[in-house]
Design a protein around this ligand. Structure first.
Ligand SMILES: Cc1ncc(COP(=O)(O)O)c(C=O)c1O
Length: 374
């Protein structure tokens, strides 16, 4: 049996008539960039996320860059974030000339550890930091009560990296609604994925979104008049049209992911495997279902040999990336992230995964451990 990590073809097949209609409707208009389709989608995401203002941009990475720029991050500004994330989180800080200050994560939730944020802010390394980017990794919100309290105490702005967490809630509030801005990615593999790149910034602050709406079109609010330098970072209408169809299904798909997670939780914890911890107050969206295994690479190879695609997110934490050598971190600097990068393994969790396939995965994980005992 073959089990891919994600099955976008079967997702497409389940909504093909609506998607095809949305695409042909958009093609007929030939309004292909920042059209009515995009502003309708912006309104729908605002409603879904419980925030009043939104701006569609070209990717999740651009959402981070433009949000940081909009809150005033620039050359030499320190920004606190986690090293245990996709590279774009750190890259966005650096592309504006900012300095990422990496803070280690909680070993159970994999999200930035608030206690360690405070420690770093009290040291030379973090003194004077301007902002913090909590990443809601794998679809679970970071400890936002603590992060908001620290941000208030040290006068830090918060930009939430919600690339993996659309629909996740923390104490009843949606990811992206806690800070100055929340950044979404619509990369095809995301829980709400387009047919190409796309992203959005959500915010409770009109001034932030107004600024981003200028930055995304070359720093312009009036045609051919440029108040500032900006980017070309616009969400296109075809992506918006596709995403509008998919948004209607999102909650149902997230429920499907949670159902699969429950099955894994039960079966895998009885095998003594460390399954994802859902922190109090959180509703997880399981963008990834990630277990911790000492013999991770062997298990991944074994599953591959059985046709099961399990993958590692992420094998090298940001502070150990070659391009960040100049920051002066080394092996041992952020031990929790380093250990996690050697042990994490994400299993297929997509909502279309059948019981037959889930059982096949569980069975093969059990066989792997049984074979090792013998
Ligand atoms: C945590 C995180 N941040 C940022 C991004 C960047 O998003 P995009 O690929 O849409 O640029 C991603 C996704 O790839 C991500 O997982």
């Amino acid at each position: 049996m073959q089990v891919p990590l994600l099955d976008l073809k079967s997702q497409y097949n389940s909504i093909k008539p609506e998607i095809d209609e949305a695409i042909s409707r958009t093609v007929e208009t030939q309004n292909l960039i920042l059209s009515q389709e995009v502003s309708d989608f912006e309104k729908e995401i605002a409603e879904y996320s419980g925030v009043p203002y939104t701006a569609g941009v070209a990717s999740g990475t651009d959402a981070l860059i433009l949000a940081l720029k909009a809150i005033g991050i620039g050359s030499g500004d320190k920004v606190i974030t986690t090293p245990f994330t996709f590279f774009a989180t750190g890259e966005a800080i650096s592309m504006l000339g900012g300095i990422p200050v990496f803070v280690d994560v909680d070993p159970e939730t994999f999200n930035i550890d608030p206690k360690k944020i405070e420690e770093v802010l009290e040291k030379e390394q973090g003194k004077g930091a301007k902002a913090i980017i909590p990443v809601h990794l794998y679809g679970q919100c970071a400890d936002m009560d603590s992060i908001v309290a620290i941000a208030d105490k040290y006068d830090l702005k918060i930009v939430e990296d919600c690339a993996q967490a659309i629909g996740a809630t923390y104490k009843g509030r949606q990811a992206g609604s806690f800070g100055s801005a929340g950044c979404l990615s619509f990369f095809p593999s995301k829980n709400l994925g387009g047919f190409g790149d796309g992203g959005m910034v959500v915010s409770t602050d009109l001034a932030v979104i107004d600024k981003i709406k200028s930055l995304r079109v070359h720093g312009s609010r009036r045609k051919y008049i440029h108040d500032e330098l900006g980017w070309n970072s616009r969400l296109d209408s075809l992506q918006a049209a596709v995403l509008r169809v998919k948004l209607k299904k999102l909650n149902e798909w997230l429920d499907g992911r949670r159902r699969n997670a429950e099955k894994y939780d039960q079966a895998l914890s009885s095998l003594g495997i460390v399954t994802p911890k859902v922190d109090e107050g959180n509703v997880h969206t399981y963008h990834q279902y990630t277990i911790l295994v000492d013999s991770r690479d062997d298990l991944m190879e074994y599953l591959d040999s059985k046709g099961i695609a399990a993958r590692v997110y992420y094998p090298v934490p940001l502070h150990l990336q070659p391009c960040y050598q100049f920051l002066g971190y080394s092996e041992g600097s952020l031990p929790v992230s380093e250990e996690l990068s050697k042990k994490v393994l994400s299993l297929p969790i997509y909502p279309e995964l059948t019981d037959e396939k889930t059982n096949y995965i569980i069975e093969n994980i059990a066989n792997f451990f049984k074979n090792r005992e013998n």
